[in-house]
Design a protein. Sequence first.
Lengths: 957, 140
Amino acid sequence: MSEIEYLNENALPGQLGNLFVVLSFVSALFATVAYFMSTKSNGINDIWKRPARFAFYVHGVSVIGVIGTLLYMLFNHMYEYKYVWEHLNNEMPMQYVFSCMWEGQEGSFLLWTFWHVILGVLLIRWSKSWEPWVMTIVALVEVFLASMLLGVYFGDFQFGSNPFLLNREAAVNVGLPWTLKANYLDLPTFQNGRGLNPLLQNYWMTIHPPTLFLGFASTLIPFAYAIAGLWKGDRSGWIKPAIPWAFFGVMILGTGILMGGAWAYEALGFGGFWAWDPVENASLVPWLTFVASAHLLVINQRKQTSVFSALVLTMSTFILVLYSTFLTRSGVLGDSSVHSFVDSGILAQLLVYLLVFTALSTYLLSASKAMRWFYGLLSLALFITAVVSVMSADETIANAEGALPGDGTIVPQLTLIFVVVSLVYMYLSYRKEYRVSVEQEEALWSREFWMFIGALVLTLSAIHVTVQTSVNVGNIFLAPFENAFAALHKSTGWEFAKRLSEHNFAAPAEKERFDAYHKVQIPLAFILFLIVAIGQFLKYRKTEFSYFIKKISLSLVLAFLVTITLGFFVSFESNSGPLYALVFSTFFALFANVDYAWRILKGKMDVIGASVAHMGFALLIIGAVISTSQSFFISENKVGNVKELSEDFDNTEDMLIYKGDTMVMGDYFVHFKDKYKSGNRLYCTIDYLKKQPKDYKQGEYVVVQGAIFRATRDHVAGDNFVKDWSGDSLWVQVTPAEADAHDTPDWTPGTPGEKLFTLEPTLLFAKDQTSREPSIKHFIGKDLYTYIKYTETEMKSDSAGYLDPKSGVIAYKTPVRLSETVTFSLDTLVRVDSLPEGLPKNVILKKGNAILTDGATTETLVIASVAMDNGTPLTFPVESKKFKMLLSIKEGADGKPELTMQQHSSAVKDMLILSAEVFPQINVLWLGCLIMVIGTTMAIRHRIKLAKKSNADVSVS
Amino acid sequence: MKKMNIVFLVLIAVVSAILISVYVGTVPSTTFGGAKENTGEDVRITGVLDKTMPIEYDPLANANLTKFHVVDSTGHSEKVFLHYEKGKPDGLEFSEKITLLGKFEEDGAFHANDIQMKCPSKYNDQKHSLETADVQNNPQ
């Protein structure tokens, strides 16, 4: 078969891109080897350093080359490439082209690699004598990351996924008829791409991923230093240079996570910035351990009393970043049968990387040669067994319906053995090499001790989030023991053993998720903030207890007062005791840190960084707790009368409003001004108007739901009539004889005033999905969050233009509301004995008069109910010309008439179900974030200054 | 006793408590048959949307109620009343897998108050193939 010459295909960028991909891999490999050789020379006659640096720079240039090529392809809409076709389309504003770039898996790996390159270059410049060791690790990580883009096959095993793959080359498409056509690019399919997920078309999504990945990337530096320290046999020297990097990483990663929260808040459309979503958790966990490890580094820089924990947490942070990538990218989280273990290249590849770095870190923890040999050989043996087991996997089991990843192999068992062996190894090396004697231990009232405890609390929090998020992964490890658990259940009757044997534990769904996380995280956060509060007042080494009590009591008293006062103003739900306690401890931490910065540190900018960062953290949590626990809906359905057509009606959080109408909502009047489509968005324009108070004079009459009321005294209308009437006795009901209902106005809580602001919540359509984007009005003390809960995007009507029918049982001679304006009333049905022509003989015909009215005009219809002798109803709809609807009646067995109504699409006004929620004090959260960043920056600057000073001192002496 | 030993023991105790709470706290998974036997008890059911049955959603009547059918792992199709304050879940029609949290109530119907859907999301978009590209677009 001859090679096909494909027309109009831009092959060159792809070839160039592939060249860069291969070059980046090879150069990273070379840099690793060269830096490794460079470590051997110990700084004397180092002939390998220059080539190593050169190789790393080549690697950097090729990574930038890959990114540049990909961007070029995206900007030029080259849909022959799979990555472009999948992530871009013609309609998309080009400002989101960067979001397209990192939407996909390959792009996000690229972003990560890119930041490693930048950080690596900085390390080359700044790490001085540590360079060969640290850069060996950085380059090694780059080898692994670059391999994720290779996209080569070894037999069935896919190694990486290439962003420069042509659509016709993709494994799913190979062999399809169109791939054999030279002019396949003329197919309509390739004139446009599939586009970016609409949720990602948001400015936060342009800056969130780069920030987050910079945060992820920066966990590599303390990790590389820790490994380098162990490798060189210098367990303490690595700490000082790693500290500024650790805090830099904490700051960036924290900011990145909160930007993700801001995106969720502004783009996801359902109140709240944190949902304990697996993807969110996967970034939170490394941050928690990162914070813990950074603080442990600070404790250990002078006196190495907890260097083991510092090492373990620093290394875990990086490994947890790998683990989170594994969780979110491998598909292992999505219910059981995503992919089988054998063909899923990326899952296996990520797992191997994860385990390699775990093994490497653990291996280095002990300095004992015997231990290292034992652990190294055992890990290698386990790995080889795992590879053999995967190669010889029973495909029928692995590919079976509902199979878990790893079914048909012994990989889960081997992984479990590896984890246990690693834990034992860690424990043994701790006992032999790291344990300090009682005399060396920190004093109970020392800052070190409580910082250490704080780090442990953070670690516990990280462990909980990890376990809770990975419940599905746990099933994989339970699966091999299903028979053992089943036997246990049989012999003991223990119900839980049965559930273990079924190994189908699932991560909590949305609502139960909050409870599952909060019940553990809130108490832990409570303890953590107590420690943040007292920590600063404790001195390094040892503190006089009386001194400590004297200093701390002011903040303690203040926090109590504020918390109790707050308790009067805001209502916490009865079951939120822990939340209330958390509010107290965050205020305690806030005041204690302000007090410490002010009274003890005298507000010196150089040294208050840590206190400021802690204040920010406390404010962030205060804002989060108050805004989420105190949020309330101001949208309520005031129409209410549609209830007559359905019993399911229950709209406490939503307001139904028709286009052109103005209605009361909370402290505003809202006016549904317009609804229009533009591009792939549907906008609803909502004007918020001032609510002007309505004065009622004594003796004035109003109508409420058909009844007439008289004002008992002069007053201003409240929000709710029922409250004014029964609560405050401002109204008294009168008989219709006293006042004429026709001339009496409806009660109103106020009158619409000037326009205050406009919100435009939207619906986005793309990729078969609709998503809603809220529109938010920011005030200093609160956010008003408005979104479209429902609006018709297109009305489904039959060929004559009538909409879907609605039915309901009605009562005789009682008006029923059919639409926003039209009411319907039916007098009794009277049997007609002489059947008109055309009707079969064995039917019962009943005739009734119906009155339709919208208040202004009235139409009378003759409506018929027809049924067979045996009761089977037949329907004969009549058309209301004036009100544009089809109506029919059938009689139920109990004699009650059931009305079916079909409105004509032309008579239906645009309807919107609007949700409006107020988040009080949410700005405290963002303010806290800002202050935390400022504080951390101050602290990092201080550290760098100190480091420079001590270097200068060394060189002078 | 050394302080570190105490800390260590407390740590182990808390970690065990966390592990137990995570696993004991989850709602048991079952099928519609199993759920019916335990009417009134919260269960989790995983299945797929029954595409042969309509999805009923009438926002005018109740914007929080969606009615649809789900087929569980035994192949049993059951009508589900989903009470969900977010209205009709986005992408319900396109969901590949549905997990429901709810119970059979005394009225004999399955009422769910929580839903989790697996949709073709951003990380497994790649699975979409162009299999039908020329069938749809290039009749020759």
